[in-house]
Write a protein that binds this ligand. Structure first.
Ligand code: ZN
Length: 58
């Protein structure tokens, strides 16, 4: 039997590019574009959430 070890999931906060406030949680397997999020904790602006290979792109 082959022991397939998956890398552990790491969860990170996607941050608002305008003010740096935490918005949503994603993990290191995430891929995302075309998702628009409103910054509710900070500046209240909308931004597009882009995640490539588990990293937020701003
Ligand atoms: Zn903000």
């Amino acid at each position: 039997m082959k022991d397939l070890k998956l890398p552990p999931l790491q969860r990170m906060w996607a941050r608002c590019p305008h003010c740096g406030a935490k918005t949503v949680l994603y993990d290191n397997t995430a891929q995302c574009s075309g998702v628009h999020i409103k910054c509710t904790r900070g500046c209240k602006k909308e931004f597009e959430l882009k995640i490539v290979n588990g990293k937020q792109v701003q």
